[in-house]
Ligand binder design. Sequence first.
Ligand SMILES: Nc1ncnc2c1ncn2[C@@H]1O[C@H](COP(=O)(O)OP(=O)(O)O)[C@@H](O)[C@H]1O
Ligand SMILES: [Mg+2]
Length: 527
Amino acid sequence: MTDVSNEVVSDAHPGTAPGVTADDDGYDDSHVGYVASVRGSVAEIRFPERLAGIDHLVEVSTDGPADGAALEVVAHIDDTTVRAVALTPLRGLRRGDRVLDSGSPLTVPVGDELRGRMFNVFGRSIDRRDDRGLDELPQRSVHRPPVPLMRRPATSETFRTGIKIIDVLCPLERGGKAGLFGGAGVGKTVLIMELVNNVVGAYEGTSIFCGIGERNREAEELHRELTEVDVLDRSVLVFGQMDEQPGARLRVGHTALTMAEWFRDEREQDVLLLIDNIFRFVQAGAEVSALLGQVPSRLGYQPDLASSLAALEERIATTDSGAITSVQAVYVPADDFTDPAAVHVFGHLSASIVLSRDRASRGLYPAIDALRSDSKMLSPLIVGERHYRIARQARETLAAYDDLEDVISMLGVEELSKHDQQIVARARRLERFFTQPFHVTEQFTDRPGRLVDLDDALDGCERILADEFDDVDEGELYMIGGLDDLDDERGEHDQDDARDDERDDAERDENGRDHGDVTGDDGGRAA
Ligand SMILES: Nc1ncnc2c1ncn2[C@@H]1O[C@H](COP(=O)(O)OP(=O)(O)O)[C@@H](O)[C@H]1O
Ligand SMILES: [Mg+2]
């Protein structure tokens, strides 16, 4: 038998129901089929006696090199033929090879023993650790209906992240779904890792990480990060990365969700489900659809994009037994936010955080575009009057600055009215205050990570909006945590450079106006 992936160490058949071995004896003839054709990752299989059901897992059982390969039935072609998509490479699969219908959809193990472990789409461990305890676990089909609306409570509670700009301007919902949208390299993965750092430790339930179609290196980094912050034993990792079959990338989300549902339903826990990257699920669906010869819809996407995405997203739900809070990275192809994949994912979310290349290029991390990000939690009824007012004012100030930006780039800040100049100064201070050093980037930013209380973040915004920091260089607000950090820095600053400051003040008085960094002619460079 060939291994289903390089990393698989246990030798049971993938996805095989417990107690059923996939050798010849385990099956009667009605389960046996033969490969009729193979094209890439799709095979047509003839079952002379009884057709394998839709979604059933079927496995190759032959003397040839493809022995052990697994596929999922996706279509019935005629009375005896099914079409199936590969979950593992079909290398060496030939016409006439024998295939066994497992008699059920792909199933994965569920149970407390999953915690601390790393799995592939089949729910088989890929962390090269002792599998004792995993083999006896009950199995669950990865295809499950979403919970009915009746069982979903209507509560509204925010979910704190310790990241200022998120908690103030686009608070996440406990039991809700949040998306982190952005093109390549704008900081989606870094943000997810920072959430691991900030919230997993404080989270009492189980955290499940699902890597879909991204780099294997990132899976290793996540594993290391979880070990370092000592939360691995409360975490389950599930990966179907970019080197795997489209069928595997299409199903790995179902595997992770099936495990998440178990912790919610059977252990009545709150579950944190982090997905990087849900776009790859849609992309895998498009690949499978193309392999099946379906006529694509807009931009080459599969015709069932909306329904297949909904079937997965609707399962990410909070019930009366527990909450599943999910944060999903959403890759936006070519930074085009009208892309159908991005648009459809957006429709399922209660908070959407947009990361912008422009901000990333200016070093304003996390590169969240406050004006394009939004959360349905930002209502006075949920976050309270004060928070709502501060967030609205901050947003208005940033929006006003945005409107002025064209004028500034043509004429310079000096040409603005005094009033507008004040708005620009305020907005630029806010912009800098909304940057934050992350724990997970300590090694390349040289700044210790900061987790900030919502109250501290709100205080900071309120005081900046009230122009309390008119005498503070905006650069001092860059990459700090709460205002305490500012006081610390200023304290040192005062001692070291008291004389310089005096001279600066004198100059400022002479010129009759503030000068230097506020003009924006530095191309907006922070710090
Ligand atoms: N908050 C941050 N602070 C500092 N650097 C960051 C931050 N976020 C992203 N970066 C930089 O951007 C790079 C790409 O980030 P990453 O999260 O991998 O992007 P994405 O997942 O969106 O493709 C990182 O390796 C890092 O150099
Ligand atoms: Mg990434």
